[in-house]
Design a protein around this ligand. Structure first.
Ligand code: WT7
Length: 664
């Protein structure tokens, strides 16, 4: 594009603050009639049958919603189904030879895999038989600690087939994080792999898995996928030693057929550990009927997935986005879902665009942090490729700034694709706030109205709706099928963390119960919700949730550290970066060495994603008279902002010292 044209385009986009869905998209959209909003309101909660009837049930449900004991809601009670049947078996007749998973390895010379529904069904059955052989029974939690390899969705679906809940731990997490999660879930089974590729180099993964297993307090059985082939030997692991080899197990059950276990709608499908405000991660429990209905419906209505699509979500299966919108939603709809093993900058900054072009991807769903990186790398990279197969773009994970939204809309979507900015959480199971792409005007930076039938509202501290334009707290006022059911083994914490804020917890009237996601938000006169960010002590680093307490507890474990406070500092690409303010014991001289030990401890206990970008060593932290650390002040220091009122501090003089040290 000529420079002057470019400038004009930029200027026009800069001014435009809302966009109509492209007509070419609307014409073919899965959901295009605005009447759906009123219809769902009028028929609530029966409107959710619209989602449930997209599934194949073994036994029909009797009740759509049982709300007799809030907040322990039950959906589609009396019904039973199997998730692997819904994601595989029911597609075999018509789509058995169509591709279920297009797997793209990171190395450019990799033998990529196109796995058809029939092939996936076969391998899932074989691995389900293998899991049974090593002792996995119904309701046993199987942990998976794996990168983006095809055996991960196979293992998830194999678990679903035999009614064993899975708990996937992000491969980038540390050995310690794996052990914590296996211990918390009493999980006796682990599926992992030898290693994987990052930016061209093989990484040792089994070493980390073994270190984690050493800290698991009970007997375990482990299955190891040989991802690296001969390269794996480089790390000196003997794959046959002590663990089961994945390929051998599957080969031993060649052609096995495992009858899918019919699960109650409310039976657990999986656990997903996520960060909260304490050091202990929370085991978010999702169930079978409500969850699968929710992700199937939202994949259809929001991502506009059709069976003939090649849908590409660039998230990792270690997070909820990968569960809901790489595996369960798309496969339930019988489409082709892509899995890319690597990073978007290997071997060059155009890797994703090369994949989109090569496979003719029809949707792309990614995070603002990635979009900001694409923007920084430059529009010449997407411009190298034909991206005209794309029909829809999506973002998730954190607020997207209007500039990044418009860049995505223009340089990736060529102004022909609607952009859905989808707000949701690990706990919500799937999307809750977003425009419907065939219906709603898009406003860059604002996620949109709540989905039909979802009752998201912005309220003030006492739970009253705020006026348009005023900031408040996001809430969800009515239950929805995809919601978490509880925290694993901890109903009390479930009520405390998500409901206590705005509910009358003594009441058994569901109208007195309000879900609190801990996000700040505002709403405009059209009812569009703009999510402002977390209001608890949880950071959002590159779209990943990290608890400040977890990081602090890793830091205070370091010799020479007396106390630590972690806050989020503004970061151009990551959204937020981890900044640690640390009181060292007896004002250490070897500050560099201490800083290094602190960074290392965080990597060891949580993983490289939590690595502090800045470690400020200080003699004291700003505290109120009651001894509470004023994190807000530290955030201001991090972002170089004015401090505001420091008069409530016990030690106001310390702030200047910290400011001085922060720039050292
Ligand atoms: C938190 C949930 C949902 C899967 C990925 C993250 C933030 C999520 C948006 C959005 C603004 C968003 C919220 C939320 N968030 N989507 N579209 N706009 N903020 O899942 O790790 O459970 O984190 O991510 O703060 O509470 P998660």
């Amino acid at each position: 594009m000529a420079d002057s044209e470019e400038v004009e385009l930029e200027a026009r986009l800069e001014e435009q603050d809302s966009f109509e869905p492209p007509a070419s998209f609307v014409e073919q959209a899965n959901v295009a009639d605005p009447a759906i909003y009123d219809e769902f309101d009028a028929k609530w909660p029966d409107c959710w049958e619209r989602a449930a009837t997209m599934l194949d049930w073994d036994d029909d449900y009797e009740t759509v919603l049982d709300d007799s004991t809030p907040p322990f809601y039950e959906w589609f009670t009396g019904g039973s189904l199997n998730v692997s049947t819904n994601c595989l078996d029911r597609h075999l007749d018509e789509r058995g030879d169509e591709v279920a998973i297009e797997w793209v390895g990171e190395p450019v010379d990799e033998a990529n895999r196109s796995i058809t529904y029939r092939e996936l069904h076969r391998e899932v059955n074989e691995f389900a038989a293998a899991l049974r052989e090593i002792g996995v029974g119904e309701d046993d939690v199987v942990t998976m600690y794996m990168p983006m390899v095809p055996e991960l969705p196979v293992a998830m679906l194999a678990c679903a087939r035999i009614g064993a809940p899975h708990s996937v731990v992000f491969a980038g997490f540390s050995a310690g994080a794996l052990a914590t999660r296996m211990n918390a879930a009493d999980s006796e089974y682990l599926v992992t792999c030898d290693g994987y590729y990052r930016r061209g180099d093989p990484l040792d993964h089994l070493g980390k898995a073994n270190d984690g297993l050493a800290d698991v307090g009970h007997e375990t059985e482990t299955v190891v996928v040989d991802r690296l082939g001969p390269n794996g030997d480089d790390f000196g692991h003997d794959l046959a030693d002590a663990h089961h080899g994945y390929a051998d197990l599957v080969a031993a059950h060649e052609g096995a057929e495992i009858a899918p276990v019919s699960r109650d709608a409310e039976d657990m499908l999986f656990l997903m550990y996520t960060s909260g405000t304490t050091g202990e991660p929370k085991g978010v429990k999702h169930t079978t009927g409500g969850y699968l209905s929710w992700v199937t419906w939202t994949s259809h209505a929001v991502l506009d997935i059709k069976p003939e699509d090649t849908y590409f979500c660039a998230a990792d299966l270690g997070w909820i986005t990968g569960h809901s919108y790489i595996v369960y939603g798309p496969l339930s709809l019988g489409t082709t879902t892509m899995m890319y093993e690597g990073t978007p900058d290997h071997p060059d900054y155009d890797r994703l665009w090369q994949i989109v072009e090569e496979y003719g991807a029809t949707q792309l769903y990614t995070a603002p942090t990635a979009i900001r990186a694409f923007m920084k790398w430059g529009e010449e990279f997407p411009a190298r490729h034909d991206l005209s197969s794309l029909r829809l773009l999506g973002t998730v994970g954190e607020p997207i700034n209007p500039r990044a939204w418009k860049w995505y809309y223009t340089h990736i979507g060529d102004e022909e694709c609607p952009v859905v900015d989808t707000w949701w959480q690990t706990e919500t199971g799937g999307m809750v706030v977003t425009t419907l792409p065939g219906i709603g005007r898009m406003k860059p930076g604002s996620a949109g109205p709540p989905l039909p039938g979802a009752d998201a509202q912005v309220v003030d501290t006492v739970g009253e709706s705020v006026e348009a334009g005023r900031a408040g707290y996001l809430t969800v006022q009515k239950p929805w099928p995809g919601m978490l059911r509880t925290l694993y083994d901890n109903d009390e914490r479930f009520v405390e963390e998500y409901w206590a804020e705005y509910s009358d917890t003594d009441s058994s009237d569901p109208d007195d119960w309000v879900y609190s996601p801990e996000d700040g938000a505002k709403v405009d006169t059209d009812g569009y919700i703009t999510v402002l960010g977390r209001v608890d002590d949880v950071l959002n680093v590159s779209g990943h949730r990290l608890g400040t307490m977890e990081i602090e507890s890793a830091i205070v474990g370091v010799d020479g550290v007396a106390e630590a406070a972690v806050v989020g500092g503004d970061h151009e690409l990551k959204g937020e970066a981890v900044h640690a303010y640390v009181i060292s014991e007896d004002d250490q001289n070897e500050t560099e060495a201490l800083r290094r030990r602190i960074v290392q401890a965080v990597e060891d206990e949580i993983g490289p994603i939590a690595r502090p970008e800045r470690v400020v060593l200080t003699g004291d932290l700003p505290k109120t008279r009651s001894g509470k650390i004023m994190r807000r002040l530290l955030e201001n220091v991090s972002d170089g902002e004015p401090l505001g009122d420091t008069s409530t501090l016990r030690n106001p003089e310390i702030v200047e010292e910290i400011q001085r040290r922060a720039v050292e």
